[in-house]
Design a protein around this ligand. Sequence first.
Ligand code: IDP
Ligand code: MG
Length: 140
Amino acid sequence: MAVTRTFSIIKPDATRRNLTGGVTKMLEDAGLRVVASKRIQMTKEQAEGFYAVHSERPFFNDLVSFMISGPVVVQVLEGEDAVKANRDIMGATNPADAAEGTIRKTYAESIEANSVHGSDSDENAKIEIDYFFKPEEIVG
Ligand code: IDP
Ligand code: MG
């Protein structure tokens, strides 16, 4: 298995509840290393662009509003098969379906306010990392 990178967001419901450290600890305990991190307030345009793949979904406008409702922490994570490792520790999209010990089971408020984002493929990880980070901001 190769060491790869994935992209993570600690969402506004988690930053609001002072869970940046708690979420990051769970990521690190799962074997992922934070190689880039910044706390930002996303603009509406940034959030719409990031979630463009979901633009036809009924929850799109609410999702964009939620993602700009407070600061987020965008991160690049590195580790063995990072996309899968991150998805595994995140848990299912809906916290009601998420396994015990996952971030969403532990912290998420709802299917929308579910505390974390994680890339779903190596290809999308690269696109998402490039959307938020310059190469020199990533220090492995
Ligand atoms: P994922 O974050 O587990 O990859 P996606 O299907 O890619 O899930 O959805 C992106 C985000 O959109 C979710 O993390 C969640 O915040 C929101 N979302 C997904 N499905 C729903 C829904 O049915 N209602 C409200 N928000 C949703
Ligand atoms: Mg997704």
